[in-house]
Design a binder for this molecule. Structure first.
Ligand SMILES: Cc1cc2nc3c(=O)[nH]c(=O)nc-3n(C[C@H](O)[C@H](O)[C@H](O)COP(=O)(O)O)c2cc1C
Length: 352
């Protein structure tokens, strides 16, 4: 068997975005002939009863999901299931297709197991992506639709973009995520305010019964994060995803001057914000933790702090696809060692 370390040393010789395209090429293959990948699915997709839970009316066979931004155009949903992910978040999708920011816009900080990206929501647009999802929906594993505004849409009209996206995807996917936390669309994070959140959730909830979650940035005080997420839940949000990438460039040695950092250096910051939110909102809404998660220990810590689900992006790049299987297998051991019969008993155990 080829080890990921060998593949990685080749992949890391390529520009990050080229390596991503190559990974996408491979991960699209199961769309054509899934049976060829059945052995990998069998060995990597962990679906033990102890990890299985029902959320948003769907079965999540394991709690490890793919974070948004890897499968922006919904081309790899089957591939991600084969890698072992229990759910996949596609997008960020914008109403119209857009090219994203000029290249280079993705950087590796190899020593720090950290990525820096300023992609700027490059995607094929809602119409094409919805058509692709519709072709195969529903999938065995739940999928989230992460939505954002187009770069050219003025801030004052941003709400129309979110509403039009919800209309386009209203019969597709298992949950929505409102993304107003990317650092790479000018003015987007300014939408993390009371007026916008109030109006958005009021309008959006009138359009769909599907769960709508809010994804937040880590670059605010824990107090502000709590106030914002509390408000969102009061206005109808069905869950919170914490967090997106950080613009705290002091966390790496040689930062580029654009984009947000993810991976190992985000771990602590993301957890601090998650903890603060969980103290306030655990038991009142569904919490998803993301940012720097790269081991079963870290995943378990977030689960016990109140996360029903967790997501991974950067660690997949640095540690390879076996990581998802390994985390799930070790999670089973950790749960059993603590005497839990099902993951739901461990969620928020540190809060009780
Ligand atoms: C290259 C790249 C692109 C991303 N694109 C998106 C995106 O389009 N929408 C989004 O909500 N988050 C996006 N993210 C953020 C991730 O979903 C996640 O919140 C963040 O990377 C922290 O998790 P990690 O430390 O496991 O990578 C992106 C991250 C990376 C590295």
């Amino acid at each position: 068997m080829i080890k990921y370390e060998q593949i990685k040393s080749l992949l890391f010789k390529l520009k990050p975005e080229t390596a991503h395209h190559l990974a996408e090429f491979v991960l699209r293959l199961p769309n054509k002939s899934q049976f060829l990948f059945n052995p990998f699915l069998k060995s990597h997709f962990i679906a033990d009863d102890i990890l299985t839970q029902e959320i948003f009316g769907r079965k999540f066979y394991n709690p490890i999901g793919l974070g948004a931004g890897f499968d922006k155009n919904a081309t790899m949903i089957r591939g991600m299931q084969i890698l072992g992910f229990g759910f996949t978040e596609i997008g960020t999708v914008t109403p119209k297709s857009q090219p994203g920011n000029p290249k280079p816009r993705m950087f590796r900080h190899v020593k720090e197991n950290t990525l820096q990206n300023a992609m700027g929501f490059n995607n094929r647009g809602a119409f094409e992506i919805a058509r692709r999802v519709k072709w195969r929906y529903p999938f065995t594993t739940p999928i989230g639709i992460n939505i954002g505004k187009n770069k050219i849409t003025p801030e004052k009209e941003a709400i129309n973009d979110y509403i039009s996206l919800i209309k386009t995807f209203k019969d597709l996917g298992d949950y929505f995520v409102i993304n107003i936390s990317s650092p790479n669309t000018p003015g987007l994070r300014d939408l993390q305010n009371e007026e916008f959140i109030t109006k958005l959730f009021e309008d959006a909830k009138a359009l769909t019964k599907k769960p709508i979650l809010l994804k937040i940035a880590p670059d605010m005080t824990p107090e502000d994060a709590v106030a914002l997420t509390k408000l969102a839940v009061e206005k109808g949000a069905d869950g919170i995803i914490a967090t997106n990438t950080t613009i705290d460039y002091s966390l790496v040695e040689n930062p580029a001057d654009i984009g947000g950092l993810s991976g190992a250096v985000l771990k602590q910051k993301s957890f601090e914000i998650f903890e603060a939110i969980a103290k306030e909102l655990f038991g009142k809404t569904i919490l998803i933790s993301v940012g720097g998660i790269d081991s079963a220990q870290e995943a378990y810590k977030r689960i016990k702090a109140g996360a029903s689900l967790i997501q991974i992006y950067s660690a997949l790049v640095f540690h390879g696809p076996d990581l998802i299987r390994d985390i799930n297998k070790e999670l089973i051991q950790l749960l059993k060692a603590d005497g839990y019969a099902n993951i739901t008993e461990a969620i928020g155990a540190d809060r009780k």
